[in-house]
Design a protein around this ligand. Structure first.
Ligand code: ADP
Ligand code: MG
Length: 448
């Protein structure tokens, strides 16, 4: 009996596993698959990127689907078009020895008519991004009122991209007695809200890092060329539009410089270091507490007293000399039971320092890739669309409407949306158009 067989997988899946060349189940697969196969439970699974989560929910889902029925039985929500396509491809590979299972991808930026046609042919499993899914539901092009399984993949990323409301809307049109499986790398507040609101005493599994103490901080490093630190920092900020962070530099001079550059580039940033007067420092700290500053660039000494909760990211623009100092830095996030991310930007020659820190903090780092310009543009576009949607209408706008209508007359809704979104989006797409890959490692893996 192979290890996959021991998990309870049926023959058709075992054959697909063999074709894929998977030899042993990953930890999250080992933990999740038997639970999902044996019971109709809700599940929260926390595991880092690259740990094989797709198969952890994909195998059980395929096994549980009734392939004789054409009804849509499983819905997988995922944050981006790329992921959506990737999951669909994987699901198709897993189900290749199942005769009648159709997996259809639903995502923005492609013909909705084509997608609707595919759905109509009978899709037992739909893999969708939340925005397009909502759109298709409201146009009655898809029916998810009878699904048995709903999977929220990369839940933290979906919420980070502002899909909370869409997810709530989508889930509200699904049966109460379905099972919901939530997969996420981290467990920020928004994810636990979803879990509480939409799940029924979910079983929980956690894989990897979380065992050392009560830490809720995920440690990540990014290997870049020495001159690419600053552009890399910008990309990390652009990938996380709601970032609320402390960025650590080694010297007062670098601290000041990085803050100035960020401000010049349009970010809500501020500097905190010993060359500022007490009064200046108080001003900066007040703005940071009120979140008028999203990125506080600080020296270790100046940041010592920072007692702000809810910091989402600590970014080590440069590593400190003392490992001890790294612990202090990363401890600025993940406070009060919240989760947080500590990012380290390093050059290749510094990579060995990561090992030393890992030993000290007794936690593993994840090697991550600086996102590409395209990935950032996509994230920003969704974020912008959601921002427009959630914007409260300012009553004073009313007075100017006749004049505005005059100016905008003759532009239809479709075109107007394109124009509105372009106002801000062009800034990113111009900047990232033809942008180069900043990653300088040959060891890192592809972002999924
Ligand atoms: P995650 O969603 O956790 O980031 P993925 O499901 O995308 O991870 O899997 C990452 C990679 O590992 C994929 O290329 C996948 O095909 C591969 N993989 C998954 N499970 C196994 C396994 N048991 N053995 C070998 N490779 C695996
Ligand atoms: Mg995944």
């Amino acid at each position: 009996m192979t290890k996959f067989e021991a998990l309870g997988l049926q023959k058709s899946l075992l054959d697909a596993v063999a074709d894929l060349g998977f030899e042993t189940p990953s930890e999250v697969q080992e933990k999740a698959i038997p639970i999902l196969l044996e019971s109709e439970t809700d599940l929260v699974a926390l595991a880092q990127t690259g740990t094989g989560k797709t198969a952890a929910f994909g195998f059980p889902l395929i096994q549980k689907i009734d392939s004789n029925s054409r009804t849509t039985q499983g819905l997988i929500l995922s944050p981006t078009r790329e992921l959506c396509l990737q999951i669909t491809k994987e699901m198709q590979a897993y189900s290749k020895y199942e005769r009648n299972i159709n997996v259809v991808a639903i995502y923005g930026g492609a013909s909705i008519t084509d997608q609707a046609r595919q759905i109509k042919r009978g899709a037992q499993i739909i893999v969708a991004t939340p925005g397009r899914m909502k759109d298709m539901i409201s146009r009655r092009l898809v029916d998810i009122s009878k699904i048995d399984y709903c999977i929220l993949d990369e839940a933290d990323e979906m919420l980070n991209m502002g899909f909370m409301e869409d997810i709530k809307d989508i889930l509200s049109g699904t049966p109460n007695d379905k099972s919901t499986w939530l997969f996420s790398a981290t467990m920020p507040k928004e994810v636990s809200i979803i879990a509480k609101k939409f799940m029924n005493s979910p079983q929980e599994i956690t894989v990897g890092a979380k065992n050392s103490g009560a830490s809720t901080v995920q440690h990540e490093y990014y290997v870049v060329g020495g001159r690419d630190r600053y552009p890399a920092l910008k990309r990390l900020a652009d990938t996380n539009p709601d970032i609320f962070s402390v960025i650590f530099c080694r010297t007062k001079r670098d601290t000041q410089k990085v803050a100035e550059n960020l401000i010049e580039d349009g970010y809500n940033a501020g500097a905190l270091h010993g060359d500022l007067s007490q009064n200046q420092r108080d001003l900066v700290m007040n703005s940071f507490r009120k979140r008028q500053i999203q990125m506080l660039v600080a020296t270790d000494v100046a940041a010592r007293g920072i007692d702000v909760d809810d910091i989402t990211h600590v970014i080590n623009y440069q590593l400190p000399d003392e490992i001890e100092t790294y612990t202090h830095r990363s401890g600025r996030t993940g406070r009060a039971g919240k989760s947080g991310i500590s990012m380290v930007i390093i050059t290749r020659s510094e990579q060995r320092k990561i090992k030393a820190i890992e030993n000290k903090i007794n936690q593993k780092f994840i090697a991550k890739q600086i996102p590409t310009g395209m990935e950032i543009c996509e994230i920003q576009l969704y974020h912008l669309a959601n921002k427009i949607k959630d914007t409260k209408i300012n009553a004073d706008v009313e007075n100017y409407l006749p004049a505005i209508n005059d100016v905008l007359q003759g532009i239809d809704r479709e075109e107007l949306i394109k124009k509105i979104v372009s106002v801000e989006f062009t800034r990113f797409s111009n900047y990232y158009n033809k942008s180069k890959d900043l990653n300088s490692s040959d060891s890192g893996r592809d972002r999924d």
